[in-house]
Design a binder for this molecule. Structure first.
Ligand code: RFL
Ligand code: PHB
Length: 390
């Protein structure tokens, strides 16, 4: 098979890229090792930045998000039982939309297939080859049969554990990493959200986050050890801890319900530089990971592929490689700012078991400053809703 752009991975990055390329008249094929049902049910991110909602609209895939997504004008930051609101609308005149990543993925898959696009699900043994030639190759097996796609370019959108990043010859990539000494125990539950907006809660027992997927569905997270076994927590213990950390109002405000899903996520910051080698371009989690406290992962993935699609469009129109050559630089400027913000939110809100008394006092002062100074809360709001994209 021959295609202009071969895409590895049908997460938000790979799927968005295929739609952006279709709009530009550039052909693509996606190969994905999981089933369609699996990727459509994988519960992950929940917050979409303002410009990304507009992009989904532009691509004709925003209708369900506009109908079912919840537009939020702020968040609450709570410190040991006392909440203060950060009013995005007032501070930066922008909002975010709460809409599950798996719903975005469903919308993107449906739209791409309706365009006649090809997504090869349930492939195995994916590999990429001849990356420094102008005809790189994706190989994979489907139903036991070997297949080969010859491309002009390969987009490595295969997430943190994918095959594309490790296919770059050793010594050419530099990795920057920070691993945190805590994780999140996340639940999805049939219970009404505690609040009409997200609550980021700093507590002496550890951080917790009260989010939602719908007016009847709660998504919540508890700070835990990074290697915690989710099955060691009974549903009763999870609800009791979520109540305790919410403070005195926890008992009355938090309504319990059936827990549909639970799991533990470790926290990591990671960036690889450069994000390209020859005709391979990495995008999304394949190139960088942020701890989820800033709600930036999916949004960064979408920004990368927007920049990549513009570079490809310029290449096919004019044969100019200027934007392709500048891809890494363009992406990294946004990525490092998101890294900075995610690190800031994470270290400000979690209890770090290694912190001493000085760090704790400084952390509480930071929380007080960020929630009481207009300048500081404006900076938080500006980053949370998403920095301007251009
Ligand atoms: P994905 O979504 O991991 O997709 C990669 C795809 O590649 C496939 N794949 C392969 N396919 C073929 N061959 C191979 N060898 C392959 N290896 C892998 C995988 O099956 C998969 O389908 O990466 P992508 O597209 O870069 O998207 C990144 C986002 O998924 C991620 O950054 C976010 O989920 C992060 N994140 C959040 N981001 C936000 O913007 N807002 C949030 O509120 C937010 N909350 C979160 C999050 C991530 C979380 N977890 C579970 C890590 C909350 C949590 C708890
Ligand atoms: C979520 O809704 O899952 C969510 C929201 C905000 C975050 C992380 C996760 O910062």
């Amino acid at each position: 098979m021959r295609v202009q752009v071969g895409i590895v991975g049908a997460g938000p990055a790979g799927l968005m890229l295929s739609l952006l390329l279709h709009r530009a008249g550039i052909s693509s094929v996606i190969v994905e090792n999981r089933s369609r049902a699996y990727v459509e049910a994988r519960i992950r991110a929940g917050v979409i930045e303002h410009w990304a909602t507009d992009l989904l609209d532009e691509l004709g895939v925003g209708a369900r998000m506009r109908k079912q997504g919840l537009v939020h004008e702020g968040i609450e930051i709570r410190v040991n039982g006392v909440g203060r609101r950060i009013d995005f609308k007032q501070l930066v005149n922008k909002t975010i939309t709460v809409y599950g990543q798996h719903e975005v993925v469903k919308d993107l898959i449906q739209a791409r297939l309706a365009q006649g696009g090809t997504i090869e699900f349930e492939v195995s043994e994916t590999s990429v080859d001849k990356l420094d030639s102008d005809q790189p190759i994706i190989r994979f097996k489907k139903n036991g049969e070997p297949h080969e796609i010859t491309c002009d370019f390969i987009a490595g959108c295969d997430g943190f554990h994918g095959v594309c990043r490790p296919s770059v010859p050793k010594g050419l990539l530099t990795e920057f990493e920070r691993v945190y000494p805590f994780g999140w125990l996340g639940i999805l539950a049939e219970s009404p959200p505690v609040n009409y907006e997200l609550i980021y809660n700093h507590h002496d027992r550890g951080f917790s986050l009260y989010a939602m997927r719908a007016p009847t569905i709660t998504r919540a997270y508890l700070q835990c050890d990074p290697d915690e076994d989710a099955n060691k927590w009974s549903d009763e213990e999870i609800w009791a801890e979520l109540k305790r950390r919410l403070g005195p109002e926890g008992e009355t405000r938090l309504k319990t319900g059936r827990i549909i899903e639970k799991g533990v996520t470790a926290m990591r910051s990671f960036v690889v530089e450069p994000m390209q080698f020859g005709r391979l371009f990495l995008a999304g989690d394949a190139a960088h990971i942020v701890p989820p406290t800033g709600a930036k992962g999916m949004n960064l993935a979408i920004a990368d592929v927007l920049f990549f699609s513009r570079a490809l469009e310029a290449f096919y129109k004019t044969k100019s490689t200027t934007l392709l050559d500048g891809y890494t630089t363009k992406c990294l400027s946004r990525i490092w700012k998101a890294q900075r913000f995610s690190y800031f939110m994470t270290t400000m809100l979690h209890l770090n078991p290694k912190d001493g008394d000085f760090d704790r006092r400084r952390q509480l002062a930071e929380l007080d400053y960020v929630t009481s100074s207009k300048a500081a809360s404006t900076a938080l709001a500006e980053n949370y809703v998403g920095l301007p994209i251009n």
